[in-house]
Design a protein. Structure first.
Ligand code: ASP
Length: 309
């Protein structure tokens, strides 16, 4: 049997059983299962971790339940400004995009930046020019319109508040999506995609497209994808911090990721979590919020899907 493991997330935050009815829970677990199965199919047939994370994230981007791709939140101008990144642990090659709109699958544009350009990170109009050159799939505005996201935006649009992906004040939810994988060749990869914060302005960029902050992969250590209040994850250089603790301090993945999320992030005041895989294919999932949409599978173990603590 081919060795592999895969973990995905659909965001962390104040996700409580009391706020989730049975149907809603079923919708979320169904979407997570589908994305996990998409990535698993690639890994089980000997495909690469890079293809697996891109495929899993594409499926999550196509699902309006998550704040990425189709379900992206509205910015202060009432538009969608998406961002994504992908990294190959074997070569440390990476691609990232931000300030893009109308792109069906931002993670695949990030992959094209990595594969087909001399650059790592493209933004705004330039990234859109590149997208057209690369013939990535564009959709019209209506595809990204979601009644629930629109109501979230209407509630804050006349204020200076930039909100995390939530509707009620007590419900804080980060709907960013991500995937990390370990393949039969022993290669690691990570991908992350988001619509960012509701009502964000001034071209605000979060941690998701920033290599080392919200996303990182290195065959020598681990692959990491984060979700949470991006400003804290940028300041904490979270994804790279986990890798650095393993590389320079010989911590295990579990020790490093737990320390970064449960101690360092808490001290800094940052809320959120991460999914990670090490070079033996071991998975660690950590969060300091009430819940996190997450799922994982390996060659030896059946898929697991979880939402609450
Ligand atoms: N990390 C994302 C950001 O700050 C938000 C999220 O995880 O949902 O843009």
């Amino acid at each position: 049997m081919k060795r592999y493991s895969l973990a995905i997330h659909g965001g962390a935050g104040t996700i409580l059983p009391s706020e989730m009815d049975a149907q809603k829970e079923l919708n979320y677990t169904g979407a997570l299962k589908e994305a996990l199965a998409g990535g698993q199919e690639i890994l089980a047939s000997g495909g690469s971790s890079l293809d697996a994370v891109e495929t899993a994230v594409r499926i999550l981007e196509d699902c309006p339940l998550f704040n990425a791709g189709r379900g992206s939140v509205f910015n202060a101008a009432g538009k969608h400004e998406m961002e994504a990144s992908i990294m190959d642990g074997a070569t440390l090659a990476a691609g990232a995009v931000s300030g893009i709109s109308l792109i069906k699958n931002p993670v695949s544009l990030a992959r094209k930046v990595k594969d087909n350009s001399d650059f790592v990170y493209m933004s705004g109009l330039g990234a859109m020019d590149f997208a057209r050159e690369q013939k990535v799939k564009l959709m019209d505005d209506a595809y990204f319109f979601d009644e629930y996201r629109h109501a979230q935006w209407l509630a804050v649009k006349d204020s200076s508040l930039a909100r995390l992906d939530h509707s009620l004040l007590k419900e804080k939810k980060f709907g960013t999506v991500g995937a990390v994988a370990f393949d039969s060749q022993g290669n690691l990869a990570a991908a992350t995609s988001t619509g960012g914060l509701t009502n964000k302005k001034y071209g605000r960029i979060g941690d998701s497209p920033i290599i080392g902050a919200g996303n990182y992969a290195n065959n020598a250590t681990c692959a990491v994808s984060c979700t949470g209040y991006g400003e804290y994850f940028i300041r904490g250089v979270v994804a790279y911090d986990v890798s650095a603790l393993m590389e320079y301090k010989n911590l295990s993945l579990e020790e490093a990721s737990r320390y970064v999320i449960k101690e360092k992030m808490v001290k800094l005041g940052g809320e959120g979590g991460l999914i990670a895989i090490d070079r033996q294919g071991k998975i660690s999932i950590q969060f300091n919020s009430e819940g996190m949409y997450r799922a994982w599978v390996s060659a030896d173990d059946d898929p697991v899907v979880k939402i609450f603590l």
